[in-house]
Design a protein around this ligand. Structure first.
Ligand code: 5GP
Ligand code: ZN
Length: 111
């Protein structure tokens, strides 16, 4: 399958890895939108949140987000966890991923 994040999971494309467990892998975003900007992807290909099912281990993505925030030292100040689902929300890579952003003050509502 011609999927960028599957290729990163398979180590066919390099990425700056920050975390891994049985279910997911996390690496720094190539075009960071905050001092800390990490992407967490399930190792299994899922197109996006709309395609996820109860059988998919979504829990491990959120628990990884909280673990990575601690590891990056942004947990006390606060951080944002984002899933862009679909084109209008700004999803550009159609392999489910969770953004973890921190290290600066976040605006609300998001743009
Ligand atoms: P989306 O817009 O789909 O929610 O997020 C996709 C993210 O993937 C973007 O923030 C973009 O900067 C990041 N990205 C795109 N290509 C690459 C890549 O080859 N390596 C890494 N590390 N991040 C990428
Ligand atoms: Zn994929």
């Amino acid at each position: 399958m011609d999927c960028l994040f599957c290729k990163i999971v398979a180590r066919e494309i390099p990425a700056d890895m920050v975390f891994e467990n049985d279910a997911c892998l996390a690496f720094r975003d190539l075009n960071p939108q905050a001092p800390t900007h990490v992407l967490i992807v399930p190792k299994k290909h899922i197109d996006g949140l709309a395609s996820a099912s109860l059988d998919d281990d979504l829990q491990s993505l959120l628990l990884a987000a909280s673990e990575i925030a601690r590891q990056e030292g942004i947990d006390r100040a606060g951080y944002r966890v984002v899933i862009n689902s679909g084109q209008q929300a700004g999803q550009t890579v159609f392999h489910l991923h969770v953004h973890v952003l921190g290290g600066r003050t976040m605006a609300w509502p998001p743009g």
